[in-house]
Ligand binder design. Structure first.
Ligand code: FE2
Length: 282
């Protein structure tokens, strides 16, 4: 089932669009987060940090697409979004496997996805933005922000970090099974198509100069916010002597829970990494 996704030549405005977002795209691919995994430098708890914090976003992803689906007016965009929703459902499951392979418990991830514990501020910003643009934005903006920018940069991230990611095999606390690397391998390969089809949808719907400008801004905002979300969430789980010591997240959250009882205070998380000033990130 489904339709063949055809590609048309790019109209003139697509060149400047790609040029406009390139610095934000590159900033992610050349930044500490991607470089850290590429060289298998992020600690286990830092790896757990981003897998835990980003899970709710991955879990909600099909709902974002469903909001955009409501707006479609042609068969091409309709088929694309429906196909993508189905695919992304499976990806949430694979993300859980990935987290578990890195020592997270499924319940920890579900707890965040179900809103029983809050995500970090910058992760919340990403999620709120993608909700907003899919519900309140035009279809062109929604698809540019979500399937083009987020899925597009994710594909590039995965292609770059895949060998370094699999380099965690053998690290204490990591079980690099086929289930663990499934999400990463899948996104290194076939999410490749999604951003290209997304671009076709954007081209079909962004037919005025005003809308083309809004599409540029929407894609840029997604790239900025996903960059912040990844960086904040791995840094928030750094420990002072992260390079050498493996501290299971389970134990640490156990300690925090005990402190919480005494303080009767919602959890707060502070980033303190490599000499940077302590600052609140939650
Ligand atoms: Fe996916």
């Amino acid at each position: 089932m489904g339709i063949m996704y055809e590609f048309s030549p790019h109209p003139v405005w697509v060149g400047p669009f790609q040029e406009y977002i390139k610095p934000y795209w590159d900033e992610i691919l050349e930044g500490e987060f991607v470089e850290g995994i590429t060289h298998t430098k992020l600690s286990l708890s830092e790896m757990q940090g981003w897998m835990l914090q980003l899970y709710p976003f991955i879990h909600t992803f099909p709902k974002f697409l469903a909001e955009a689906l409501v707006k479609v007016e042609d068969e091409y965009a309709r088929s694309y979004l429906i196909d993508n929703i189905r695919v992304e459902k499976a990806h949430a499951e694979q993300w859980l496997w990935m987290g578990q392979g890195f020592g997270l418990r499924k319940e920890q991830m579900l707890e965040l996805a179900e809103g029983r514990r809050p995500v970090l501020r910058d992760v919340q910003s990403l999620t709120d933005w993608i909700w907003y643009i899919n519900t309140k934005g035009s279809l062109a903006e929604a698809v540019a922000a979500t399937s083009f920018a987020i899925e597009g940069v994710t594909g590039d991230i995965c292609r770059k970090i895949l060998p370094g990611f699999e380099g965690y095999r053998g690290m204490p606390g990591v079980d690099m099974s086929p289930k663990t690397y499934k999400w990463m391998r899948q996104h290194a390969v076939y999410d490749d198509e999604h951003p290209k089809i997304a671009m076709e949808v954007v081209k079909r719907y962004a037919t005025t100069e005003r809308m083309q400008e809004r599409v540029m801004l929407a894609a840029k905002r997604s790239l900025q916010l996903i960059n912040l979300a990844f960086n904040t969430s791995y840094r928030a789980y750094s420990t002072a002597d992260d390079a050498n010591t493996f501290v299971p997240v389970d134990n640490r959250s156990g300690e925090r829970r005990m402190q919480q009882v005494n303080l009767n205070f919602p959890e707060r998380r502070f980033g303190d990494r490599r000499g940077r000033q302590i600052r609140a990130v939650a």
